[in-house]
Design a protein. Structure first.
Length: 568
């Protein structure tokens, strides 16, 4: 199903420009910049951060994709990994396999940094501007399937639409995820100055090198070399995700529990080593790199590498005694080294956190200060909910209903009263929750569920819409305590459930399909989904798998707390 461009593109461009990232318009559904004499003629060279110019560009081309100028101007550069099929005499290339080889050879994985999944199956990594002029390059510098974008280059940014119809999708959020510096080995490979090549030759001395790397640093190319494979199954998405998660957990462990954390991670990954899902040397290298970055107790001093090696080796060996088979991973577990493919048409939009956030917040910030004497108050009362007890995460507003029939240009089918539920991304520890989206339940002026029809076909359209960056967000009713959580599929259902069970925490996660993208706290072990009565068995099974994951969370479905007239 081809995505349809809407106002989210301008909202995203304005948000990026406000961050100081230079933006410019690209042809709708394409990668090429627009071009118009005496207005916008020079593509990325005409990229701007000025709100005035952003508005001018997207007023002229409201469906334009969002181009981001890379390089010193924006403060970052981009590495682009892709998988390319063989064409004529040109061999196939697998950038993810190339990257894996480089990480293993240098013993230093890429840091956690802001990135994007691309609809073609590739991935972008954004790295902090290093103070040296990074060059735009193709495979000749980093290897097959790895390109760079720097000053004079650009990328399309989420939620832009790829020529194949899919959307670009942030990994992390521009508002939250930091842009890290690239590893030194990568910078030196890119620069290729004599002193850089000397450093690389010394670092790789005695290693068996693939042909592309030997050629790059001026070493003889051996007859039998290790070359990147076109197979993506070498390390499964599940195994890579498990490795990434354990390494991240080790890296974030503070003094006092570091020994146990490292041993536990090595034990868990050792089970995957036993089934050949992960190579032992890769596990050891990643865990060692994470542990060497630990902060330490000044009274005890830093950890000694030989002691860390013993902990890792012992943990892996113990884990081998408990083999861990690799299941078929759900879509949300496909991460760095096997990028997400396009979701099926019944899945939520690929728009990401931090991109559509501005649209959701705009709707939320425009709500009425009180529900009193509004259609929303009448709607809640008709469904047995006292409006005065709704709480701060509910409001009333008038919202445009946008509809795009059969992939056409979105049109506004009037401005409707709506009950608004503020969906927030809640931090697990310190920090305040922030509304990133709203669940809008559209109403008639007298407070009943609105019946909205497509003016061209007469088709009755959904009366609820998610607006904004709702992935992972929810409306929390009641403080989370214990291991049990009730998850409601609508605002009214959530309020009814809270009234029926005042001591039980309730989350409103949006329509049933939105629960596929709901992030649960680590402490939750028992989830009761309320309001999914009409969902198909297949969708309920997918929700159970998504919420249950591999953390042994029990997911049950039950009927609504009471029979009301609304489904908000």
């Amino acid at each position: 199903m081809t995505e349809v461009a809407g106002p989210e593109l301008f909202e995203a461009a304005a948000a990026y420009a406000a961050r100081g990232w230079a933006v410019f318009p690209c042809v709708a559904g394409d990668k090429l910049p627009y071009k118009e004499k005496d207005f916008f003629e020079h593509g990325v060279l005409d990229a701007k951060t000025s709100p005035y110019w952003v508005k001018q560009y997207w007023t002229r081309w409201p469906r334009a994709n969002v181009g981001l100028a890379a390089g010193e101007q924006s403060g970052w550069w981009v590495m682009d990994a892709d998988i390319k099929e063989a064409v004529g005499d040109k061999p196939a290339e697998n950038g993810f396999e190339t990257l894996q080889i480089l990480e293993e050879l240098f013993g230093e994985p890429l840091p956690e940094t802001l990135g994007q999944n691309t609809p073609s199956g590739g991935r972008h990594w954004l790295f902090r501007w290093p103070g040296r002029p990074v060059k735009n390059s193709a495979r000749s510098r980093l290897g097959p399937g790895l390109d760079t974008r720097s000053t004079g280059g650009y990328i399309l940014a989420a939620p832009s639409i790829h020529p194949n119809g899919g959307r670009y999708d942030w990994i992390g959020s521009p508002d939250v995820t930091p842009i890290a510096p690239a590893p030194e080995w990568m910078i030196r490979l890119l620069m290729g100055e004599p002193e850089d090549l000397d450093w690389l030759r010394l670092r790789l001395d005695g290693r068996e090198l693939p042909a592309f790397l030997a050629k790059r640093i001026g070493q003889p190319v051996p007859k039998a070399v290790r070359t990147p494979s076109t197979k993506t199954e070498r390390i499964s998405a599940y195994a890579r995700a498990a490795l990434d998660d354990e390494v991240k957990r080790v890296r974030q462990t503070g003094p006092g529990n570091q020994n146990n954390a490292l041993n536990e991670a090595a034990f868990k990954l050792g089970g995957l080593v036993a089934t050949n899902a992960l190579p032992e040397d890769l596990v050891a290298q990643h865990l060692m790199a994470a542990a060497l970055g630990w902060s330490h107790d000044p009274r005890k001093g830093p950890w000694k590498p030989d002691h860390l090696e013993k902990i890792i080796a012992g943990g892996i060996e113990a884990g081998r005694q408990h083999p861990r088979e690799v299941p078929e991973p759900p879509a949300q577990q496909q991460r760095r080294y096997q990028p997400q493919r396009r979701r099926r048409s019944d899945a939520p939009s690929a728009a990401t956190l931090g991109v559509q956030m501005a649209a959701g917040r705009a709707v939320w910030n425009a709500r009425a200060a009180s529900l009193v004497d509004t259609p929303a108050a009448a709607f809640l009362a008709a469904n047995g909910v006292d409006p005065s007890t709704a709480g701060p995460w509910f409001g009333f507003g008038e919202v445009d209903y946008l509809h795009a029939p059969d992939g056409a240009e979105p049109v506004c089918i009037g401005r409707w009263p709506a009950l608004l539920a503020g969906m927030a991304r809640w931090p697990d520890r310190d920090g305040k929750p922030e509304v990133r989206a709203v669940l809008a339940t559209f109403l008639s002026p007298d407070g009943r569920m609105a019946t909205i029809a497509d003016p061209s076909t007469g088709e009755v359209l959904p009366s609820r819409r998610l607006i904004g960056a709702w992935q992972g967000a929810a409306v929390r009713l009641g403080k989370l305590s214990g291991e049990r959580l009730h998850v409601a599929t609508g605002a009214v259902i959530g309020l009814q459930t809270r009234a029926a069970y005042p001591g039980v925490p309730v989350w409103v996660g949006g329509p049933v399909s939105a629960l596929l993208h709901l992030a649960l706290p680590e402490t939750v072990r028992d989830v009761i989904v309320i309001g999914a009565d009409a969902a198909s068995d297949e969708l309920r099974a997918r929700v159970a798998m998504s919420l249950g994951g591999d953390r042994r969370v029990t997911v049950r479905f039950t009927r609504r707390a009471r029979n009301g007239g609304g489904h908000g």
